[in-house]
Each structure stands twice: as C-alpha cells, then as structure tokens.
Design a protein around this ligand. Structure first.
Ligand code: CMP
Length: 251
C-alpha cells in the first residue's frame, strides 16, 4: 500500500499550479488543445520530483506513465554490459518522455536519468488513453515528435557508420553550441558549457580515453580553444564540416 509520503502529489494541490498550467499550455505535445482539454489535463497530471542522478525510467521495465518535464534536464541513455553508455538524447522543460511504452505496451525502450534536480508532470496510462481518445490532435503532435526523433536517430546511425570519432565529436560540439543558443565571436563559435569528456564520449559512442586524445590533438592543431569551462570551435574547424545551414548561420 502506498503511504501518503510516497503518493505522487496531484497538480491541483500544488502552489506552483499556475506555472505548470502555463507549461502544459505551451508544450508542443499539447499544441492545439482547447482550454477545456488543458484544464482536464492539469487535473489529471501528478507532480514527481527526482534528485540529480536518479533513474526516472529504467530500460526493460514495464511503463505505466509518461512525463512532461517541468524543471531540469534529463538524458535518455542505453547502458551496455561493459559499463559503456550511449546517450540518445537530452531533454529539457516542455519536452516529454515515456510515451513509447504507453503506445506499444512494451517495456521501456531506454533509461531516463535526471541530469539536474528535476520535476516532471506524470500522466498515467489511463489518463493518457482517455486524453488521446478525446483529443486526436495530441496524437498528431506525438507523431510529429516521434518523426523528429527518428530523423535524429537516422543521423546518429549515419554518423556512427560513416564518420570517425573526431568528426562525430566536432558535430556534437557544434550541435550543443547551437542548442545553447549560439554565440559566435572573432575566433569562432563558443560552446559556453562544455560537457565532461565522459559525457561527450557517451554522446558520440566512444570512450573517455579516445575523446581525451582527440581533444589534445585538436587543441594542438588550433582547431578548438579551451576557455575555462567554455570551448571555442574555430572557423577553421567548422569550415571542415559539410556545409550546413547551422554553421553558415552561426558565422
Ligand atoms: P519509453 O520507451 O516508454 O521509455 C524510455 C523513453 O525514452 C521512451 O519511451 C522515449 O520517450 C525516450 N526515448 C527513447 N529513445 C529515444 C530517442 N532516440 N530520442 C529521444 N527520446 C527517446
């Protein structure tokens, strides 16, 4: 039996209700929902808070809810038997996860780990189904996001198969800089918060030692310039990437 301390809080009891209401209304997942549908959702959502580093969803376990991120970032990752990890995606406020098990009734496809102290709004399987039946627009929104995730997964597969570690690393750094909101200076594109070498290894499907060696070599060749926690990706480096709108727009 669940004690009151363990029971997830219902959104209607929370003092931050108005903030969550705005979050739900602005989430791409619920784009196109009427005010009535949004109010109904807010009544059904439950708040769950998780500390940095905790496992929110465990791969291969059954899934009974999906989650909208209210605060903090999470990573979606696969853990290999040899201790290696592959980060599939990093998600933040307004984004969702945990929908796949609700759609196909199969176990969780990946692990989801809190990168910060995180608050998620959980929608149980029954509430998710009831909402979808009444609001098919949400199903279209989910299809649209799943399509975007498939496109990114295609890019990842191509990158793993076709590019070496240095090229994958450069592409990842450039994408992270773009996601941070791009700031360029005279030297190049600035990545303000450089992830750890282990995190980068997990993102590019390599190991920390190889990333460390690759970084040292790129610094020696003047392709990247460390600046404290920041890293500058030089123009020379970005010019080597196949021409893409992001690089062109950034510089
Ligand atoms: P589910 O399988 O229920 O639990 C794990 C969740 O991770 C999954 O639903 C998706 O929400 C999310 N997920 C799995 N693969 C990816 C991916 N490639 N990109 C982004 N999110 C993913």
């Amino acid at each position: 039996m669940i004690s009151n301390a363990q029971r997830p809080a219902a959104l209607v009891d929370d003092p931050k209700l108005d903030r969550y209401r705005v979050l739900v209304a602005q989430a791409a997942l619920f784009r196109g929902c009427s005010q009535g549908a949004l109010d109904d959702l807010v009544r059904r959502l439950q708040i769950r808070t998780r500390l940095q580093g905790s496992l929110i969803v465990a791969q291969d376990e059954p899934g009974d809810a999906m989650f909208l991120i209210a605060q903090g970032r999470v990573k979606v990752a696969l853990f290999g038997e040899n201790g290696r990890e592959l980060t599939l995606s990093t998600l933040g406020p307004g984004e969702f996860f945990g929908e796949m098990s609700l759609i196909d009734s199969r176990p969780r496809s990946a692990n989801v780990v809190a990168l910060d102290d995180t608050t998620v709004l959980a929608l149980t399987r029954d509430a998710f189904s009831a909402h979808l039946k009444a609001h098919p627009q949400t199903a279209m929104n989910i299809i649209s996001e799943l399509t975007a995730r498939l496109r990114r997964a295609d890019e990842t597969i191509a990158s793993l198969a076709l590019h070496d570690v240095e090229s994958r690393l450069v592409r990842t750094l450039e994408r992270l800089a773009r996601e941070e909101g791009e700031s360029a200076d005279a030297v190049g594109l600035v990545l303000r918060k450089r992830p750890t070498q282990q995190d980068l290894a997990n993102m590019v499907g390599s190991c920390r030692e190889t990333i460390s060696r690759t970084f040292t070599s790129m610094i020696k060749r003047g392709l990247v310039v460390p600046r404290g926690r920041a890293l500058v990706l030089t123009r020379q480096l970005l010019d080597r990437l196949s021409p893409g709108p992001a690089t062109a727009a950034a510089l």
